[in-house]
Design a protein around this ligand. Structure first.
Ligand code: FES
Length: 106
C-alpha cells in the first residue's frame, strides 16, 4: 500500500495510507491529521487546506488551476511548492511523498 507523510509545523509526522483517487485533503481528514481545516469541503474556495509539498514530489501533484493559484495568493505562508490539498488527487505514484503543514491555515 502506498503512503504519504504529513509533517505538522512542530515536526510531528503522520504517515497515512493512500486510497488512489481520494483527494489529499480528504486523506488527511479521514486519518485524523490535524492542521487541515478544509472549511469549504474541497471546493477550492477557502484556502484552509494549504500544504507545502516537499521537493521533487511537487511534480507528481499536477498543476494548480488559476482558481487554486488565486486562493494560494491569500495564504500567509505561501511557498513555491504550496498546493491546496483538496485539489490534489492521490495516486500510487505518490508513495513516499511528504507534505508539510503550515503553522496556520488562513
Ligand atoms: S478545502 Fe477549501 S480550498 Fe481546499
Amino acid at each position: 500500500m502506498a503512503s504519504i507523510t504529513f509533517i505538522e509545523h512542530d515536526g510531528t509526522e503522520h504517515a497515512v495510507e493512500i486510497e488512489p483517487g481520494k483527494s489529499l485533503m480528504q486523506t488527511a481528514i479521514d486519518n485524523g491529521v490535524p492542521g487541515i481545516d478544509a472549511d469549504c469541503g474541497g471546493e477550492c474556495a477557502c484556502g484552509t487546506c494549504h500544504v507545502i509539498v516537499e521537493g521533487k514530489w511537487i511534480s507528481t501533484t499536477g498543476s494548480a488551476s488559476e482558481d487554486e493559484l488565486q486562493m494560494l495568493d491569500l495564504t500567509p505562508e505561501r511557498d513555491d511548492n504550496s498546493r491546496l490539498a483538496c485539489q490534489i488527487n492521490t495516486s500510487e505514484a505518490m508513495d513516499g511523498m511528504v507534505a508539510r503543514l503550515p503553522e496556520f491555515q488562513m
